[in-house]
Structure formats: C-alpha cells, structure tokens
Design a protein around this ligand. Structure first.
Ligand code: ITT
Length: 196
C-alpha cells in the first residue's frame, strides 16, 4: 500500500504526513522518488489544478497519488488571491504577508472575512480520480502573529480558537484546517480503495 504525496510545499507535506500517520500506507514525497518536475497549474479552479497535479504526478511515478490545490479567498478582494495564493504579489515569505496587508490597509475588521480552501485530488492507476474539499473561515489580521504552520497562517485569525493558525499547535491545526477536513474525506476514499 503506497501513496505519493505530490507537493513541493514542505509545509503541506508535513501536515499530510501527520494526518495520515496512522494509516497503513507507505507515504512517499516527490523528493523520495527524485521527481523534480513541476506540473504547471494552468487551471482556473482549485479542483482543476488539484486534478492536473494528481494525474500528472501519477503518470510520472506510477503510484496512487494525492495532490492538494489550496489557497486563501478574501471577500473584500473579490476572492483573491485564490488559485494564485502561492504567487500572490510576485513575492514569497514575509514579503507576501506584507503585500496582502498593504492590499487591505483601509479595510476595517468586520470586512476582513476570508476563507482557506483545500481541494484534494487522488489519482489511482486503476480507478477514476476522486476530489474532496475542505473550507475554514477566518478573519485577516492587521499584523502577523505566531510562528507555526506556513504561508498566510500568521494573518489568519480563527474566531473559535481566538488565535491565528500560526499560534496553534500543529496537532490543533491538523484537527480543524481546510486541509485536515479534505484529508478526512480523502481517508475514506483511500480506505475504500484498500478494501477493493
Ligand atoms: P504544490 O503545488 O507543490 O503543492 P504550492 O505551495 O504551490 O505547492 P498551491 O498551488 O496549492 O501549492 O498554493 C497554495 C498556497 O496557498 C500556499 O503556497 C499558501 O500560500 C496558501 N496556503 C494553502 N494552505 C495554507 C495553509 O494551511 N496555511 C497557510 N497558507 C496556505
């Protein structure tokens, strides 16, 4: 029982490894298989891109393959950065957080609602590709807080936790996040495939 977790994002890889740790599966990363190819994300939606990545890396590896396309949707920005989250503003890291803050400088707290979306696609050599989704609601902070997680986590305030995602333990983030919700649905598909 093998599964390729097809991502070049180490933050995602860490989260999936923890979420699937108890499954009876041998997990591989792209790195483990020496795959350096980057499948281009030419789709307009998370679902299209997740499918492109899962099917593309399955073709390269020959293994059952899971890929996630995810991102941040900010209501006041018309849903941006959305599928462009990883390349928003043409910058990465702390500069990207600052870029988002600059875009939202004049937007008051009650209009800063946002959501994280994660679509997971699992492509199997012998079954049609399946897609599942998870969503987490929050509010974009005025300044970053916390050092956990990755990406936009320090700016993403979750009301029920009274904390940003970067202030939560990895265990807690992996109980509530968009990725965790999608992964729970993906587990059921993997379990079904294993029993066939
Ligand atoms: P792969 O395509 O190789 O998986 P990527 O980082 O390019 O890596 P995406 O195209 O799905 O992946 O972009 C997702 C971006 O959305 C990611 O780089 C972050 O900026 C943001 N993001 C997604 N999930 C997040 C999370 O849990 N916490 C913070 N930011 C997240």
């Amino acid at each position: 029982r093998e599964l390729l977790i097809a991502t070049h994002n180490l933050g995602k890889l860490r989260e999936f490894a923890a979420i699937f740790a108890d499954l009876n599966l041998r997990l591989y990363s792209l790195n483990d298989l020496g795959i350096t190819t980057v499948i281009e994300e030419t789709g307009q939606t998370f679902a299209e891109n997740a499918r492109l990545k899962a099917e593309g890396y399955r073709a390269l590896s020959g293994l059952p393959t899971l890929a996630d396309d995810s991102g941040l949707e900010v209501a006041a920005l018309g849903g941006a950065p959305g599928v462009y989250s990883s390349r928003y503003g043409g910058v990465t890291g702390a500069a990207q957080l600052q870029y988002l803050l600059d875009q939202m400088r004049d937007i008051p707290w009650h209009q800063r609602v946002a959501r994280f979306v994660c679509v997971i696609a699992i492509a199997h050599p012998d079954h049609p590709t399946e897609l599942v989704e998870g969503v987490l609601s929050g509010v974009i902070e005025f300044a970053p807080r916390g050092i956990g997680g990755f990406g936009y986590d320090p700016l993403f305030y979750v009301l029920d936790e009274d904390a940003t995602l970067a202030e939560l333990s990895i265990e807690r983030k992996n109980q509530i996040s968009h990725r965790a919700q999608a992964a729970r649905a993906a587990r059921e598909i993997l379990a079904r495939w294993q029993s066939m």
